[in-house]
Design a protein. Structure first.
Length: 344
């Protein structure tokens, strides 16, 4: 096994190459957002996502009912519900995008915004989320910024090259100060996918690693936990330390970056969307589609051709996944951590 770094978690380059070879023989759909956000201006869309990505973490915590609700008669969960519900609210009142609203936002108000009458309040750690939004308003006031668009202009569209750049500017917000830049990369990908922003240093747009990808890469084998103590924590659902959390997320980030280069795709963000959609649909905590997709599989239509092989619809990665051939590995799931960065 060819590996990269640490005593806790390693990147398996052979597994990365295996996945990269599979990808290089297929057409990978481009990034795509499910919400069009019609009727919103460029500045409003930027502020919409600045708010929403900031509060989007721990929406499906282990052992707790997930964030769930209905919008326009359609049941949605996690990020999908946050997105659809906030879009509904903003169309009713643009004031939700104002700094005055953000300055005074309370946890109770945030809960009321995202409580569905059929399922009740499910947004956990609401006061902490509200605190992150209030911090955004304070930092914007201090810098005399009016919209997210101002940061793009100041950085001249640069993600992480030159100074100032978007990673640096966004890191002034507590919600976007993650050492792995998870929420930052997600926000920048959203703005690109809406064709509002383009970047002169697009190669710097890394993958915003989330818990679905952690679970998937642990099972595929591109990332391996080599510390027995840490592996036991994952299997027993014991909370990990901040250091262990960073080690795992950095390893998954590096694995995605390696696969992006080895496959010739050179687009980590596109890979993120592929991995995220496949893992949350076909490689769930308690249900895997190694042998065939369930009738209610939620894999988006644009990825379904990748799931069809030998006349059977199943997880697209089954031919290159260690867990597909080793049922014990299917018990591996993402680590448990209380964090502001585990979105979706």
């Amino acid at each position: 096994m060819s590996i990269i770094d640490t005593t806790l978690v390693e990147v398996n380059l052979e597994a990365c190459q295996r996945v990269a070879n599979w990808l290089s023989r297929r057409q990978i759909p481009p990034d795509q957002e499910e919400a069009a956000l019609t009727g919103l201006t460029r500045e409003e869309i930027g502020d919409f996502y600045l708010f929403l990505v900031a509060i989007c973490h721990q929406t499906s915590p282990v052992g707790i009912p997930p964030l769930l609700g209905k919008v326009d008669g359609c049941e949605r969960r996690g990020w999908d519900y946050l997105l659809a519900r906030f879009e509904q609210l903003v169309h009713q009142d643009r004031g939700f995008l104002s700094r005055s609203c953000w300055r005074d936002l309370s946890g109770a108000h945030l809960v009321s915004m995202f409580t569905d009458p059929s399922y009740g309040p499910r947004l956990v750690e609401a006061e902490r989320r509200a605190e992150l939004v209030r911090d955004i308003a304070e930092v914007m006031d201090a810098n005399n910024w009016w919209h997210l668009e101002d940061l793009f202009r100041i950085a001249r569209g640069r993600i992480a090259s030159g100074e100032p750049n978007l990673v640096q500017l966004l890191a002034q917000f507590e919600a976007y100060s993650d050492p792995v830049s998870k929420k930052t990369f997600f926000l920048l990908a959203l703005m690109r996918n809406h064709r509002l922003w383009s970047y002169p240093d697009l190669d710097q747009l890394g993958a915003p690693v989330d818990y679905h990808e952690i679970r998937g890469h642990l099972r595929i084998g591109t990332v391996a936990v080599v510390s027995n103590a840490l592996r036991d924590k994952l299997l027993q659902r014991i909370a990990v330390s901040e250091f262990e959390d960073l080690a795992i997320r950095k390893a998954v980030f590096r694995a995605i970056m390696e696969i992006s280069e080895l496959s010739g795709l050179h687009d980590p963000s596109r890979l993120h969307y592929l991995f995220w959609n496949v893992f949350r649909s076909c490689c769930q905590r308690n249900e895997t589609h190694c042998d065939g997709c369930s009738p209610n599989c939620s894999l988006p239509d644009r990825y379904v051709p990748l799931a069809l092989a030998d006349g059977v619809r199943a997880c697209p990665f089954r031919s290159v996944c260690e867990a597909a051939h080793d049922k014990e590995k299917r018990h591996l799931i993402e680590h448990f951590v209380s964090s502001d960065y585990d979105y979706h």
